[in-house]
Design a protein around this ligand. Sequence first.
Ligand code: GAR
Length: 296
Amino acid sequence: MTPFPLGRPARIAVLASGRGTNLEALMAAFPQGHPLGEVVLVLSDNPEALALRRAEARGVEAVALPWRGRRAFEEGALALLEARGIDLVALAGFMRLLSPRFVDPWYGRLLNLHPSLLPDYPGLEVHRRVLEAGEAWTGSTVHFVDRGMDTGPILLQARVPVLPTDTPEALEARVLKREYRLYPKALRLVLLGYGFPPGEGVRALVGEAAWARFQALPLKARPFHLLALGFLLWAGKARLAPQAFLGRGGPWAQGAFLFARLVAEDDPLLREELRGLPEEVRRAVEEALFRVESPL
Ligand code: GAR
């Protein structure tokens, strides 16, 4: 269903078009020698991108593939990813749309970071639009990339408050700070095998009734089911997945959904509920959370 965990450090490539502060966070979280994964390649469509200089400063291979049309860029990038034995690709401020030629073979191993609570506010000028709409909350989303623009299955989201005094710049700065923790965590979820996109593998595991119910869920609710399934798989309780998806399944299912929620947001109320679970379940959830939260 997912190639992860690999049982060796994953080789990570980052594609960035600009300033690269999220790239910096990813390189800090996955440095050379990290047992889970290492950023080994940074690619940019913009030779002037600060992201390339940041990679060089950390001794990470930095390659500019100046944009001369989609086809040329994608062919160059695909060849390089293959030559470097890349396992996972993270888009971090990469401002080009990738075609099915690129996206399809990498589906499930290609992530994007977008500065809104998708499916709300896809596209550009997000913070200005959020302010104009008078939203009280915004945030950021890590999702698997599919053929659309900012449409792929959501992996993880983080909420950020909007203040009435915010300018687009102030809001951007607040969201960015949140992203520096969100993106590395999302990558850890994938590399550890807790995070994967929905597909035939999931359908086979949960069965038709649960799959139908899952597909009827709002897009923002689906990631919690997927992370809960990831937890059940990891805990050796995959047989409970169909019931869990149907809202049953007892304490293991309950623990799985608490895990999924606590990964997204450390809510004290939910932490308290965790204490009410049987010892074995609580321990499994705490261990899983530790693995996801811990930088090593
Ligand atoms: C980030 O906020 C990211 O969410 C956004 O660009 C910024 C990149 O900043 N991505 C998109 O808008 C993609 N559509 P950075 O270059 O400093 O990491």
